[in-house]
Structure formats: C-alpha cells, structure tokens
Design a protein around this ligand. Structure first.
Ligand code: HEM
Ligand SMILES: Nc1nc2c(c(=O)[nH]1)N[C@H]1C(S)=C(S)[C@@H](COP(=O)(O)O)O[C@H]1N2
Ligand SMILES: [Mo]
Length: 338
C-alpha cells in the first residue's frame, strides 16, 4: 500500500494556502482592530505553508523523476509560492520593505494573486481526493499539531523580531509599518496604477454636493470658513500607515436631508470613486489640509476624504463631487478598479 503521507501533505498544503489566501484578502480589507485576528490567522497559515515545505519538496523531487505534463508550470508555482512566503516574512519583519522600488507588500500580494489560478489548475489536473481515513482521529490530531506548530513559530518569530529591534516590531494590527505620522511631507503618495495626479486650479475648482434637495456647488473658500481638526490614521494596503491631524469639515455639515438615500458616492475628478453606506456619514470627513498646511497636490489638494476605520483606498483624493444615491453601498467592486 502507498503511504498516505504525500496525499495528506498535499491536502494540508492546499488548505493552508486557501486559508492564507482568504485571510490575506481579509487583512488588506481590515480597517479596525477587530480585524486583528484575521491578520494573525494569516501569519499562522503562512507559517503552516512554510512548515509543510520540507515534506512537499520530497514529493516534488519524487515527482520530477517521472516526466509529467505541465511540469514547468508546477515548478513555476513552487517558485511563486516561495516568493510569496519570503516577501510576506520580509515585509512583516521589516527586513525587506521594498523590492526593486516597489513596496514589498505589493510584490507579496501580486505573487499571491498570480499563484491562485496556477493552484486551481494544479489541483484540477491532479485531483487528490480526501479519504475517510484523512479525517480519522489520528489525522485530525496531526492537523492540530501542524496548526499548533505554525502558531508556535509565528509567536517565536514575532518575539525574535521584537528582541532584534527590527522595524516589524512596531507594526499596526493590520501589519502596516509607520511612515510619516504628523509629517505629511514624508508620508508616501499612493496612487493606483491607472490613476494620475491632476493639477487643480483652486480658483475654479468646485465641489458638487448632491442630496435630496438637489445639487449645489461649494467653493474652496466656503470650506475654509468653519473648520475643525480630526486626528485619524491612513493605513494603505501596500503596508504603511500614518496618523495626521486633518483639518476640514464633516461630510454631514455639507449634506442636507438624507431622505431615502442608501449610499454616498464620493468621486475624484480623476474618475476614481467609492460608495459609503449612509449609516457611516457621521464618520466621514472632508480634509483641505493637514499639519496646519493645505494638502499637497499628491495628498489630494484641494479636497480629500478622511475615513477613520477604513483602509487607505477609501480615502478618495481630489474630490469634485459627493452624491447621495439610492443605490445600496455594496454596489461597487470590493476593491477599487478605476
Ligand atoms: C496564498 C499565499 C500566501 C502566503 C503563503 C502568505 C504568507 C504570508 C506570510 C508568511 C506573512 C508574514 C506573517 C508574519 O510574519 O507576520 C504574510 C504577511 C502578510 N500577507 Fe500574506 N500570504 C499569502 C497571500 C496573501 C494575500 C493574497 C494577501 C492580500 C491580498 C496577503 C497580505 C498579507 C499582509 C497584509 C501581510 C502582513 C500581515 C502581518 O504583518 O502579519 N497575503 N503573508
Ligand atoms: N483619486 C484617488 N484617490 C486615492 C487614490 C488614488 O489612486 N486616486 N489612492 C488611494 C490609496 S490606495 C491610498 S492608500 C490613499 C493614499 O493617500 P496619500 O497618497 O495621501 O498618502 O489615497 C487613496 N485615494
Ligand atoms: Mo492604498
């Protein structure tokens, strides 16, 4: 009889990768500290993948002795997953924050996304069917041991990062590193690949506000009249965060009756937009400045959104229109595409 070990290794690896993938997406969606457990599970799943790799390399080495269809794609998969693993650990520890000018977290996410379809294909061409014995008490115990070992390694590496005083010791719950708090000039500018920084003329710029009473326009001067300050943390999915004192007005100061509206669509003059549930209006802030100075062009001059508790991609820059709509808030891509 053939040993069940390779099959179980493959199954465990598949489960660990699936958990890492789902919690990875959860980690970059998490805006409040209640998302901490998702990020912790992600690290644990990542280390479970790492723990299984010695067994998996034995399987791979054996497999390579037999010529198989799609061998190169499988080796490519192994390479892509290894890079994902290494960039994850490199970024989390702070040892490798940037790779070829790109944020290391960006490379981590890009390779993980590239691995996903190859994994689906890889499993489809050699399906490993679980057997009843894979769910026996002993097998479950072994799975539990793997989980505990992964959690153990996670705790040990995290402590090592702290003892060694690596930058990773000061990560936020989301895994992000601090960059440029209270110093907007040293805070990164993050712009999606398909967006571009516009040059805005402050004189002619207007904010169009649409509520149940219709549309009206607001000039920059009017916004500068009656400002308050809000301390809030911008946490980008590319792995950095910064806390700033933002000056501006609350969205609710500009909007009239909500009526039957279900969402607020916040649009950038570049075309970039996001939709927020009306239940969230009280938390949304429109900033014209930070640290006592007007926003820089890169940070969204003349007006940007400050959305405490939401990840950076929600913080629309260069806003030219906010509009209450009856469309439900979930009616938008889960992550912005334009
Ligand atoms: C599917 C394969 C994946 C593997 C094997 C993997 C593995 C890892 C590992 C080992 C870490 C370091 C954990 C630590 O030391 O704290 C990490 C961190 C991270 N990964 Fe992944 N990852 C995967 C996919 C993803 C995806 C798809 C995303 C996002 C879309 C993602 C986002 C993150 C984030 C935000 C961190 C930082 C969290 C922290 O500092 O603990 N990962 N990953
Ligand atoms: N119009 C527009 N707004 C945008 C973006 C963009 O590309 N275009 N990037 C978002 C992302 S991903 C982040 S993290 C923050 C970054 O803000 P900053 O460049 O001021 O640091 O802006 C958000 N607002
Ligand atoms: Mo971002």
């Amino acid at each position: 009889m053939r040993s069940p070990l390779p099959r179980r290794t493959n199954l465990a690896l598949l489960v660990a990768l699936a958990i890492a993938f789902v919690t990875g997406i959860g980690a970059v969606a998490a805006g409040t500290s209640s998302g901490r457990w998702v990020v912790l599970t992600h690290g644990g799943a990542g280390f479970a993948v790492a723990l299984l790799s010695p067994w998996k390399s034995r399987i791979i080495r054996r497999g390579l002795r037999r010529a198989k269809r799609g061998r190169w794609a499988s080796l490519c998969l192994a390479a892509v997953v290894s890079v994902t693993l290494l960039t994850g650990i490199g970024y989390a520890s702070g040892l490798v924050l940037s790779i070829g000018g790109l944020p290391g977290m960006w490379v981590h996410i890009a390779t993980a996304l590239a691995a996903a379809p190859i994994i689906v294909w890889h499993v489809a061409v050699r399906p490993a069917r679980p057997r009843p014995t894979d769910f026996s008490r002993r097998a479950l115990l072994r799975t539990g041991t793997l989980g505990a070992a992964a959690a153990g390694i996670y705790v040990v590496t995290n402590s090592a990062v702290r003892v060694a005083g690596l930058p990773g010791a000061h990560r936020r719950f989301s895994g992000s590193h601090e960059m440029g708090s209270f110093d907007p000039d040293s805070m990164p500018n993050t712009i999606w690949l398909n967006d571009k920084r516009p040059d805005v003329d402050a004189e002619s710029w207007r904010l169009t506000v649409v509520d149940s009473a219709g549309a009206h326009e607001v000039a920059l001067n009017e916004l500068l009249g009656n400002q308050t300050t809000l301390r809030a943390t911008l946490d980008c999915t590319s792995g950095w965060y910064a806390t700033q004192d933002w000056t501006g007005v609350h969205v609710t100061d500009l909007l009239g009756r909500v009526g039957t509206a279900r969402s607020l669509r916040v649009r950038s003059l570049t075309g970039y937009w996001l939709r927020f549930p009306v239940g969230d209006l009280r938390n949304l802030f429109l900033a014209t400045g930070t640290a006592g100075a007007p926003l820089s062009a890169g940070h969204g001059f003349p007006l940007r959104l400050v959305a405490p508790g939401r990840r950076g991609f929600w913080w629309v820059k260069w806003i030219d229109r906010i509009e209450l709509q009856e469309t439900p808030a979930w009616w938008q891509p889960p992550f912005p595409v334009t």
